[in-house]
Write a protein that binds this ligand. Structure first.
Ligand SMILES: Nc1ncnc2c1ncn2[C@@H]1O[C@H](COP(=O)(O)OP(=O)(O)O)[C@@H](O)[C@H]1O
Ligand SMILES: O=C(CO)[C@@H](O)[C@H](O)COP(=O)(O)O
Length: 570
């Protein structure tokens, strides 16, 4: 049996695991879906919601039980854990886990005859929930963060992002305001990525240098915590900054560092080699960019619960419009990200309405897809018809920062009007949601894709457009989004697209252990990259005339969004 390397993805909807060999061939995939496989937690989409307080949170015990279950299934399926040389992983970003002072001792002495959940929960934690990235309960804290830095732009210059409800700094500040005695009793705070890593390591793991940028606390350029933001976070809390930095622990600045050997619990219970190495675990989006040999101007659209647009860039050019994170493997590179709360769930909402209108009861995508491809661009049956523009936010949104709702517009002769006149609802909503989601991404990535006469001529579009995530199973969705976004070298989907994040984590583990002295991650992946088998070309993305016509529609979309922000500002 050749050596293998595994990557985990602890995402919103489930826990996924993927194993590769040193030449980056995927050999095994496994997934646990929280709603279906662990129904006793009563979650929907992996989370609980308190609508009144705009809180969204997940049970930490469910994640732990999922880990035991996924490994059990792999073992029962015949997976040979003794072949695993290294483990890495990824976690949904921004979520935090609150460990008790007993946690280190429990982690270090796990009994292989008992499950993880029996041993770690509840004594290992001071709080049994982890705030989820869909949480919108920290408006006050976000305002304080931006004021402390000067404004949103200034905060983005320091931390890579303006203040966001889901970011861990504002969440921790709210946590000690709401539960001061629980905060005080908390010995350590992990991100979801370092939480999962800690279980494998048998001690609390350091935070990852990329994932730490999702906290609004890390000064990216100075490579350290921002002291004034830590002070703000701990305001009114008697332990102050010293207590918080002790709870947060170290941030691992060495990319690909071998953090130590796997905890004996995994050796005894599942047959891992005692020599198996644990590598840093990063955020789900940083891990996704590791699943492909991304070059400058290549863009990934990840169609998961959240919908994200990801790029790798050497330029630290911050803005309130998007996020910059440290690249997970390469110093001096940054990950550019747009992240929408209303991704897959919003698309599913329209799908359900279309199915209901056609008396289709199951969650199939056929009627949605048929409506998507048979509706003309912007719902215009003839050139003189007004264009239809729709914005669908079943959840409050970050981009732009507005409340939940649905807004329909028509656009003609340079003017937008909010109206449902002429709309065939829900049929026209299908094309409108896909175009609207892609137009928003196009509008906000234009600066990074600035025209370059040597590369993309005079068109602000990506080189290659890659689709990943659950929605990359859907050709109609990808086709329409690709027409809006362009991609002068074509549109591709990753073969294991619905598991890109776990794949990126498995590549990270492989590179960390197998690289030659000083070999960059990009070079390692490029050496083993098998274009024919790892990606599928879906077609030409840039269609002359179509992309330009969407450029015209973008002017209407911009006006519609301006109107919307006025009506629905959070
Ligand atoms: N055939 C399909 N067409 C469109 N969307 C799909 C299809 N299959 C799955 N999805 C979407 O993929 C989403 C899950 O994607 P995934 O990347 O696994 O999510 P996450 O990593 O956020 O947990 C589901 O919410 C579903 O809407
Ligand atoms: O909040 C963000 C990124 O800022 C989300 O992308 C989360 O990281 C969770 O993603 P999924 O589990 O939905 O893919």
């Amino acid at each position: 049996m050749p050596s293998t390397y595994i990557g985990f993805d602890l995402s919103s909807s489930g826990l996924k695991c993927l194993a590769v060999t040193a030449d980056l061939k995927a050999i095994h995939e496994e997934a646990i879906l929280f709603d279906k496989d662990l129904p006793h937690y009563g979650v929907v989409g992996g989370v609980h919601k308190n609508e009144k307080e705009k809180e969204v949170y997940a049970p930490v015990a469910m994640w732990i039980e999922a880990l035991d279950l996924i490994l059990t299934r792999m073992k029962e399926g015949g997976f040979d854990f003794s072949s695993v040389r290294g483990v890495s992983g990824a976690g949904q970003q921004h979520g935090s886990v609150y460990w008790s002072d007993k946690a280190e001792q429990i982690l270090a002495s796990l009994n292989p005859n008992s499950s993880l959940v029996e041993q770690l929960s509840p004594d290992g934690f001071t709080h049994k929930w982890s705030p989820n990235w869909q949480d919108h309960s920290t408006q006050t804290e976000c305002e304080q963060f931006e004021q402390a830095a000067g404004d949103g732009e200034a905060l983005a210059r320091i931390t890579g992002s303006r203040a966001h409800h889901r970011f861990t700094g504002p969440q921790i500040k709210k946590f000690h305001r709401r539960h001061p005695e629980v905060y005080e009793k908390t010995a350590r705070i992990s991100l979801v990525s370092s939480f999962l890593c800690s279980i494998f390591l048998g001690r609390i793991a350091p935070l990852d240098i990329s994932d730490v940028c999702g906290m609004n606390l890390w000064d990216i350029k100075n490579d350290d915590w921002d002291q004034s933001l830590l002070t703000l976070t701990t305001e009114g809390e008697k332990g102050g900054v010293a207590a918080l930095t002790a709870k947060l622990g170290d941030v691992e600045r060495t990319h690909g560092k071998n953090l130590g050997k796997i905890s004996p619990w995994f050796v005894d219970r599942f047959g891992f080699s005692p020599e198996c190495a644990i590598l840093p675990f990063t955020g789900d989006n940083p891990a996704t960019i590791l699943a492909l040999p991304l070059r400058p101007l290549d863009a990934i659209v990840s169609l998961g619960t959240s919908t994200t647009l990801l790029m790798s860039t050497p330029t630290y050019y911050s803005s309130v419009e998007y996020h910059l994170f440290n690249h997970p493997t390469t110093r001096g590179l940054y990950m550019f990200m747009l992240c929408y709360c209303n991704g897959a769930l919003a698309r599913e909402g329209i799908r359900n309405q279309v199915n209901k209108a056609s008396n289709i009861s199951s969650g199939t995508w056929d009627a949605f897809d048929a409506a998507a491809v048979s509706t003309p661009m912007a719902g215009k049956k003839s050139p003189s018809d007004p264009a239809k523009i729709g914005v669908y936010f079943p959840l409050p949104e970050n981009i732009p920062n507005v409340r939940d709702g649905t807004w329909r517009f028509i656009y003609k002769d340079g003017k937008v009007e909010q109206t449902e006149e002429g709309w065939d609802i829900p049929r026209d909503d299908v094309r409108a949601i896909l175009e609207g989601q892609a137009l928003s991404m196009r509008m906000r990535s234009e600066a990074l894709l600035a025209p370059d006469p040597k590369v993309n001529g005079n068109k602000a579009q990506p080189r290659r457009l890659y689709f990943v995530g659950g929605g990359s199973r859907n050709t109609a969705i990808m086709q329409i989004m690709a027409e809006v976004l362009g991609g002068f070298e074509g549109v591709y989907k990753l073969d294991i697209g619905s598991n890109a994040c776990a794949l990126g984590a498995a590549y990270y583990a492989t590179w960390a252990l197998e690289r030659k002295e000083g070999e960059a991650f990009e070079d390692y992946v490029a050496d083993w990259w098998d274009e024919e088998n790892q990606v599928k070309r879906i077609g030409d993305s840039y269609k002359e005339g179509v992309w330009e016509e969407y450029g015209e529609l973008l002017k209407g979309f911009r006006l519609a969004e301006e109107k919307l922000v006025k009506i629905a500002h959070n």
